[in-house]
Each structure stands twice: as C-alpha cells, then as structure tokens.
Design a protein around this ligand. Structure first.
Ligand SMILES: *Cc1c(COP(=O)(O)O)cnc(C)c1O
Length: 371
C-alpha cells in the first residue's frame, strides 16, 4: 500500500518560475473538509476572498474573483471575453508568454497585430503609440513580469497611450502580482489576471482576475456569445455576485488555500511583502555576481520575482540543473526558446522568497560551478 507521504519522496526547494513553495498554513487550510459550493459557509469564503483580492489587485473593481484553472485560464478568459471576430488586438511581445497571448487572441479574431521587443528588453511606449496611430485597436495586451526573460515591464505610459487611442489595457501579472507593486486602478489597467502558484504561493489551479468598469461595459456590449462557456465572465459573475447562480462546482479546497494565502498577504502587508521580495532578489543578484556570473537584464528593468542569469562559459547547463535537483533538491529552470541552454531562471516568489533559500542556492552553486 502507498501512503500519502510516499507520493513525493524528496520535497524540493522550489526556486523556479512556479510553482512556488506553499506555506504550511495554506496546506493545513486545504485539508479542511469540503462543504458544498452552494453552502452559505462557502459563500462567506467567496465574499472574504473577493474583498482580499481587491486589496491584492489594489482595485475597487466589482468584477473580481478567481477562475478555475491555472494562469493560462486567466489569459484565455481575459482575451476571449473581450474579443469578438473581427476585433483588433494589439499584443506587445517580448517573450514566451506574450507569444501565448498572440496564439489565444488569434482564436477569437483574425485581426491580431503585434509590436515586438528583443528578449531581455521591455516594450517601449513609442512602439505602442506608433501602432495605434496607424490603426486603433480594441485591446492592448502586455505582460508585466515576463517569466521567460526576467524583465519587469513599465506600464504607466503604455496605459495612457492605450486609453488615449480608445483601447482597453489587458495585463498579465501571473509572475508578478503579490511580489512586485502593481496598483491596478492607479495604473489604469482595465483587465488583469494572475495565477495562484507563483507569488501567492497557493498550489496551481486558480487564476484571480479583475475587470474594470470600462471593460465591463465592453463585455455588456458584445454582439456574440463568448467562445468559451466555462470561462464566460458574465456567467461566472452570476455565481460570485448576489445571484449565487450555480455555474460550475467551485474548486472548494483550492478556495480554502486561496483564502488562507490572501489572509497571509493581508497580515504581512503589501508593502512589507514587496520589500521582502526586493530584498531576496537583491541578495540573489549580489550573490550571483560575487560568483562571477552575469545577470541577463539591466538592473532598471529587472523583475524581482524572477531572475535570469547567463550560464557561464564552461558550465554544463543540464548537468548542473540535474545536480541541483537530484543531489540538493533545488529546482531552478532552464532558458526558453532562443535562450535554451544559455540562461538559468531563478524564481523568488511568495513563500520561496526568503533569505535562507537564497543562501542555500548560492552555497550549492558555489560548489557546482567550474572554478
Ligand atoms: C506561468 C505564467 C503563465 C501561465 O500560467 P500557467 O499557470 O502555467 O498556466 C502566464 N504568464 C506568465 C507571465 C507566467 O509566468
């Protein structure tokens, strides 16, 4: 017979781009017996979750809740709910996850345009302005923390430009929300989603999303039905809102985990949380440079929650990552796409973003790297 403890024989230090480590408080919350998804006790959990999500997103948006599914479900909902056939979407592409946005948007409309920046650099506001001046778009979509490159994308100017040209601004914060400051309302973001398993340190399976009043209006004015029934925000709002109309069975124990994690975010305080992530990242950056490694992104555009570092000359990418994982139980990630074999990606997200974890990784790397 297999016991639960045998499912995983070696717990890992999760320092990749997600999932991040889960705090024991959150794991304990998940072990709470499920109630029904129409139980008043569960409705109270949903209400508290919504209030705490608004604090996390720094928004007053009515339409704020979690979607069932990982970050990509958030991406799919964000794009498909606001795009109808023939609508124009402008996607800002500077990495792997923005490419996924292009792929999903293209399933809703044939009019998908893109502006590109080289991997490792942010999109420049002038690029967005030039594209919109040539022809307006209904949506401008962009990734805030690009996990494939480790770039933090500045958004204030791009938000102004998008609005000046009548577009909604859609932002992916899967790898950044809860780790890096991004006030949704103050920045002018119309549609924003994230994922449970990165900076919130909940296991994978939920995608928080928030939709502002301008975007809600666009949703109401749709002429055709949203192409996805499961992620149709109007239908899901009827369950999260006062109607409490059954749509799908809520992932009850995942919601327990989300609520407990959001309470922990509130207890810590957003500012303290951002400072903790920044301090862990700074410690990592200093330590990697002290080992003679080169960071991929210039400091002004660096994402605290995910660091990209060049695999040094003479080091075997695959062998070192295998040793980290199998001999030391530490997970970091490889480069993606054109940077496969050239970069390592180190995540310091949520409960993983602690100095003892950084010290452990640096100590082991010092042993494994060629002298
Ligand atoms: C991880 C990630 C996603 C996709 O999330 P999944 O949970 O893997 O579906 C999307 N965007 C960014 C920026 C990510 O880091």
């Amino acid at each position: 017979m297999t016991h639960a403890a045998d499912i995983i024989s070696s717990p890992r230090l999760l320092l990749g781009p997600g999932p991040s480590m889960v705090h024991p408080r959150v794991l304990r919350a998940m072990a709470t017996p499920p109630v029904g998804h129409m139980d008043p006790q569960f409705f109270a959990i949903m209400d508290e979750t919504q209030a705490l999500l608004r604090q996390l997103f720094q928004t007053t948006n009515r339409l704020t809740f979690t979607l069932p599914g990982t970050g990509s479900a958030g991406m799919e909902a964000a794009l498909l709910n606001f795009l109808e056939a023939g609508d124009s979407a402008l996607i800002c592409v500077a990495g792997f996850f923005a490419e996924r946005m292009v792929e999903i948007a293209g399933r809703a409309t044939t009019d998908v345009r893109r502006v590109d920046a080289p991997w490792g650099q942010p999109i420049r506001p002038e690029q967005v302005e030039e594209a919109l001046r040539a022809r307006p778009a209904k949506i401008v979509a962009i990734v805030h923390g690009e996990t494939s490159t480790g770039v933090r994308q500045p958004l204030a100017d791009i938000a102004d430009i998008a609005h000046r040209y009548g577009a909604l601004l859609l932002v992916d914060t899967v790898a950044s929300l809860g780790g890096v400051d991004l006030p949704v309302d103050q920045t002018g973001i119309d549609i924003c989603y994230t994922g449970s398993q990165k900076c919130l340190s909940v296991p994978p399976g939920l995608a928080p999303i928030t939709v502002g009043p301008r975007a809600e209006e666009v949703l109401r004015a749709r002429k055709t039905k949203v192409q996805t029934w499961y992620l149709d925000l109007t239908l899901i709002q009827k369950y999260w809102g006062t109607d409490r109309a059954y749509h799908h069975t809520g992932p009850i124990n995942m919601q327990y985990a989300m609520l407990e994690a959001l309470r922990m975010v509130a207890d810590e305080g957003l500012l303290a949380r951002f400072e903790r992530h920044a301090a862990a990242a700074q410690m990592l950056w200093d330590g990697l440079e002290a080992l003679g490694l080169k960071l991929f992104v210039p400091v002004e555009n660096r994402l605290a929650t995910l660091t990209t570092v060049l695999v040094p000359e003479g080091a075997d990418d695959v062998a070192i990552r295998r040793q980290l994982l199998l001999d030391y139980n530490i997970e970091i990630a490889a480069g993606l796409g054109q940077y496969k074999g050239k970069l390592w990606r180190v995540g310091l997200m949520g409960y993983s973003a602690r100095p003892e974890n950084v010290a452990t990784l640096l100590g082991v790397l010092a042993r494994l790297l060629p002298r």
